[in-house]
Ligand binder design. Structure first.
Ligand SMILES: [Mn+2]
Length: 230
């Protein structure tokens, strides 16, 4: 059994399909998506439904997934303006500017039971997951614990900001486990010599290779360390 971790897909079902073709996981392997499935790209609902349908795939929450969930929950029945408070209307406006427009338009094409199913599924995504592979322990988390990463702190002892939004300090790491994160495209890591490739430092593995920004979708096999790009 092998475990593959796949970076931020941002609505690109096509890239995910290409990636799974490249990896060609065996039936007993696990595929873990590291969050930010939705927003920015073209086919959010098809992507979510595809991941939901895969028996061996699980997704963790990214900031975009939770933001989408928060607003979509209020829009299951269409979301008439008079039913929404000002803060929500403003939030939806800002979310649309930050990549939510396609997610919202695509959501509205679904039937109400389908919308409910998607909202429930998004609400169940874990914030982090710890897995063992190849004799090592890996903590998988969308943003990578931010500047707060502290070797004396347990993985369940961080804030939503640390799990979902904050930019990590790659000079810090746990001494006995690896942190695998997405969220920050590796081209934005100043000390990374290879933009859009997986970046490793101090038991920190950053795998968001910027697929939605003209880079690549990255993935890694935790058991072998093999890297995959599409
Ligand atoms: Mn993110």
């Amino acid at each position: 059994m092998a475990t593959y971790v796949i970076g931020d897909t941002h609505n690109s079902l096509q890239k995910l399909e290409e990636m799974l073709k490249l990896i060609s996981p065996a039936p007993q392997d696990h595929d873990i998506l590291l969050g930010d499935l939705v927003d920015r790209g073209a086919e959010p609902m098809a992507l979510i439904r595809d991941v939901m349908s895969r028996k061996n795939a699980v997704a963790l929450a990214g900031n975009h997934d939770l933001l989408a969930r928060m607003f979509l929950k209020k829009l299951i029945y269409g979301g008439r303006k008079e039913d929404l408070d000002e803060k929500t209307i403003m939030g939806i406006f800002l979310w649309r500017q930050d990549g939510g427009a396609n997610t919202l338009a695509d959501f509205h094409k679904l039937s109400i039971p389908e919308r409910r199913e998607i909202v429930d599924w998004l609400g169940e995504l874990d914030l982090y997951r710890e897995v063992e592979a190849g004799g090592e322990v890996f903590v998988l988390v969308h943003a990578g614990f931010g500047q707060s990463l502290d070797p004396n702190r347990l993985p369940d002892d961080y804030t939503p900001e640390d799990y979902l939004f904050a930019r990590p300090d790659y000079s810090k790491g746990y001494p006995n486990k690896y942190v695998v994160s997405g969220h920050t495209p590796t081209r934005l890591i100043p000390e990374n010599p290879s933009p859009d490739r997986i970046y490793r430092a101090n038991r920190h593995i950053a795998i968001d290779c910027g697929c939605v920004f003209g880079g690549k979708l990255g993935a890694i096999c935790l058991d072998t360390g093999e890297e995959f790009y599409v």
